[in-house]
Design a protein around this ligand. Structure first.
Ligand SMILES: NC(=O)C1=CN([C@@H]2O[C@H](COP(=O)(O)OP(=O)(O)OC[C@H]3O[C@@H](n4cnc5c(N)ncnc54)[C@H](OP(=O)(O)O)[C@@H]3O)[C@@H](O)[C@H]2O)C=CC1
Ligand SMILES: CC1=C(/C=C/C(C)=C/C=C/C(C)=C/C=O)C(C)(C)CCC1
Length: 317
């Protein structure tokens, strides 16, 4: 149970990756300012978290089952919290989906929206009545740079994160009237199981319904370039956890928080040309004309990220 003065933080999707690291970092806060309710849909997967939490487990960190795709599970979990008092909700649970849309079933696409978008909405709907009543609270959402800029062959995942962005941007205004803050964290590539799960899915894919050219562009052009991007730009889940901690500890938390300054030019490009042409053609060229030279284009990207742009992101340290 939280002791007085401690902030209650509920985090979704703590069995691995970013959620696990945020839970551990907050639970190990040296001033013990947080009581972390780390949730996961299958408690059989708790070992990695329990081990990483060490002494904090059972003290500043407790576990609860929570599946963001189930109304009942969300209700049960929030009801299990003393007085339903949650100071900070961190919506982290999410899944990826990669590949030509011709090969992806509608069921798979709906699952991505059910988890990434409706899962977040379900959580927020459950906690805001109490936060509004108390005139205090902070909702943090793990969005993505793919919520700001579309990326080829990530069509459905990107769409789910765009939905997250639109929803939160709209709700943030109303919540501010009740002194409830809303913050989006916008990571680029992060080395977690997310990356592994997607690559495993791709290896198994047979691409029904897709033509040979599309399959070739996906497997021989996109995948190697994407691996280069992960290698050159990839952050660790610890980096994202540190950025998230900074955001929740800020006296005036920002709404959007890029974690990787290398992405700033990509996002800026979108706002530099409202017709969208600059983004579409730059991405086309980077992938199809400079794809084999991706290492080289990564260097250009790094040069573009000058110090004034760097100031606009939150460094993990
Ligand atoms: N890795 C990356 O490159 C990036 C990731 N993100 C976002 O970060 C978030 C975390 O991803 P990351 O840590 O990388 O990936 P992981 O796959 O390591 O973690 C995802 C977590 O979400 C959980 N989850 C999935 N479905 C549900 C559900 N229905 N209910 C509850 N939990 C669920 C998973 O649980 P289980 O073990 O049960 O499957 C797991 O704990 C996601 O929202 C993702 O979109 C954003 C930008 C980049
Ligand atoms: C930037 C960029 C590319 C890839 C970006 C990738 C792979 C981003 C991954 C982001 C993730 C994993 C976000 C999770 O939410 C391409 C298309 C190769 C073309 C050149 C520019």
């Amino acid at each position: 149970m939280a002791s007085s003065g401690q902030k209650v933080v509920l985090i979704t999707g703590c069995s691995s990756g970013i959620g696990l690291r945020i839970a551990v970092l907050l639970a190990k806060d040296e001033k013990k300012r947080y009581h972390v309710i780390a949730t996961m849909r299958d408690l059989k997967k708790k070992d990695k978290l329990v081990e990483a939490a060490g002494d904090a487990y059972g003290q500043t960190l407790t576990l609860q089952p929570l599946d963001v795709c189930s109304d009942e599970s969300v209700k049960q979990c929030v009801n299990s919290v003393k007085d339903r008092h949650i100071d900070i909700l961190i919506n982290n649970a999410g899944i990826g989906l990669l590949g030509p849309i011709e090969s992806i079933s509608m069921e798979e696409m709906k699952k991505v929206f059910e988890t990434n978008f409706f899962g977040m909405v379900r959580m927020i709907k459950e906690v805001i009545p109490d936060m509004k009543k108390r005139r205090s609270g902070h909702i943090v959402v793990m969005s993505s740079v793919m919520g700001l800029q579309g990326v080829v062959f990530n069509d459905v995942y990107t769409a789910s994160k765009f939905a997250v962005e639109g929803f939160c941007e709209s709700l943030a205004v109303q919540l501010l009237k009740f002194n409830v803050n809303m913050s989006l964290i916008e990571p680029g590539p992060v080395h977690t199981e997310f990356e592994m799960k997607m690559m495993e899915d791709v290896a198994k894919m047979e691409f029904p319904g897709a033509d040979t050219d599309t399959i070739r562009y996906f497997k021989d052009v996109y995948i190697p370039s994407s691996m280069d991007i992960f290698e050159a730009m990839g952050q660790t889940p610890e980096d994202i956890a540190k950025c998230t901690k900074k955001v929740i500890e800020s006296s005036r938390p920002r709404f959007r928080n890029l974690t990787n300054s290398l992405y700033t030019p990509i996002v800026a490009m979108k706002y530099a040309d409202e017709t969208g042409g600059l983004s579409v053609h730059t991405f086309y060229n980077l992938l199809f004309n400079f794809g084999p030279l991706m290492h080289f284009s990564m260097t250009i990207l790094k040069c573009l990220t000058c110090s004034c742009l760097r100031r606009r992101t939150i460094s993990p340290n």
